[in-house]
Design a protein around this ligand. Sequence first.
Ligand code: URA
Length: 209
Amino acid sequence: MNKVIEINHPLIQHKLTIMRDKNTGTKDFRELLTEISMLMAYEVTRNLPLEEVEIETPLVKTKANIISGKKLGIVPILRAGLGMVDGFVTLIPNAKVGHVGLYRDPETLKPVEYYLKLPKDTPEREIIIVDPMLATGGSSVAAIDVLKREGAKNIKLVNLVASPEGISEVHKYHPDVDIYVASVDEKLNEHGYILPGLGDAGDRLYGTK
Ligand code: URA
């Protein structure tokens, strides 16, 4: 069964509260999302394996730890997921970045894949899917389906805000995927928006409507 890891560091809570405020504009919203993503990346990578190497300081030879060849892939779900990429790659500059684009077919209501570009060695990478909002869970489940179809074996999902309904949906179809969130909010409304939430993350990030 997947774990839900709530990363509720005071800095994250403070920044998220400003993001939720409807009076926060695009520039601040974007910067705050990057800052929170960086703080989340710190936690998400907490268990990366280390290996000891020999180095020489200006004074002596010594042994010290480096991250042990673990290859990471950051995969934003378009479009709002893009807002989390900079924070992650600032802390993990050697990570490759893939992209998954999904839209909901208005008739079948099923997610349809319209764009996919992944690192060549996706099956060997630890994949971190990023999307600020885990609402109904439909696009997250579909994105994980796509990544598994392309051979990914080790997947984490990172969201800023999640609904209990979205978490249950991911649990149901992908019990092996751990979910990292800054907040689990109350519920979804009848239009699939998270309450209290922060509105449409993509629109607030890019200043669209
Ligand atoms: N997508 C968003 O951007 N916000 C929500 O509340 C739900 C889905």
